[in-house]
Write a protein that binds this ligand. Sequence first.
Ligand code: ATP
Length: 455
Amino acid sequence: PAKTMDELVSLCKRRGFIFQGSEIYGGMQGAYDYGPLGIELKNNLKAAWWRSMVYERDDVEGLDAAIIQNKNVYKYSGHEDTFTDPMVDCHECKSRMRADHMKDIKVCDNCGSTNVTEPRDFNLMFKTNVGPMVNEESYTYLRPETAQGIFTNFKNVVDSTSRTLPFGIAQIGKSFRNEITPRNFIFRVREFEQMELEFFCKPGEDEKWHDFWVKTRKQWWLDQGLTEENIEFEYVTGDDLAHYSKSTVDILYKFPHGFEELEGVANRTDYDLGSHTKAQEEFGLSAKVKKNEHSTAKLAIRDLEANKWEVPFCIEPSAGLDRGLLAVMTEAYTEEELPNGSTRTVLKFKPHLAPIKVAIMPLKKNKPEIVALAKELKNKLQKLGLGRILYENTGNVGKGYRRHDEVGTPICVTVDFDSIEKEGAPVTVRDRDTMEQIVVPAADLPAYVINYFIN
Ligand code: ATP
């Protein structure tokens, strides 16, 4: 794995995974842009999450709610009142910082002075104006989590799918938080993506489902290539619990800057549906909620056995896509010493995550038959739907191997003179991890590749 953030940042920029946002204007703190390979890796990680959370289960539905919502969503969700971090100001150097890591003695992160203010609450939501009029009422917020769109659509999903408990709703999308101190590359940013599942169950079955999701999510991260020794659980207690949570288990990963949260799995009880429902008094809610004077929908489900309406409990595994990508890159990063004394950098991604699945390289740039066969193979493999297959005609196969090691391409295929002269059109297939090369007849290449990526 990568030892320092710097080596990752440098590889990401050099090879086109991640760039500083607004770089040509001096940058924008806490915002990053994903380049040609970053977007592929991101899409592959999202697809893996969706596959395991939606397609491989029969009790989860998908959703894509709007980012901009009615401001009452955040009034009743509790975010307007309580979605804050403690912040202190330094009297000496005038910087501001997050204070939740500061215990009794408060020291400025920037200059080391102890001449700092008492912590005060800073709300992390971005406020924005909606519509052509600017007045007291014309504001809303950018969503700080995707979850709220799931709760506000609870009735729509239940009515349109006839779901009964337990079932879940999954969503992937952007969230925004005006972090006081964004840092550590894409670990803490102001604009990021979350992959969230809200899993609704009967009150009383919540703890069982909470345990289930903690285990299931850890296994999923292992399936993405993270290793056991780099994952830990943290049981969140007391003041660190979010306003909606009865209990939370954080899944931590050993990033280059230390063990930090990758995903939180929270037991949100009946807090959210209870907050957003009309007729709150009918349900005997267990969570303490603000009296709702605006909601027009009953966010409850009929318990057919007991013949009564009930507000379900909710378990939420909430993962950060950007943090996930950083974890996957950290883990995949490998510096290897080769027998000839040189070193190579390899990103040992799991095949399903690799931004480029196969690179096809003609040995000679200007030999028409070689080029034609290489292009034909590219088109054939592309049609398999595995992801990006790259035809790359630089004429330097050795350099190509090095570059594809560095971006984690699992398979390189070379088309050479043998391929056009010998019977069966043999092509050379080179494996990223073992660097072994084998010869495969061109006609067998699709089957070879499918076998490699599907099994
Ligand atoms: P932290 O304590 O690190 O601020 P959090 O506990 O506030 O995180 P949650 O509200 O539980 O985070 O959000 C769920 C997930 O969303 C986190 O586990 C993380 O992966 C991701 N996430 C939250 N804030 C950010 C951010 N500023 N930048 C990138 N990812 C984030």
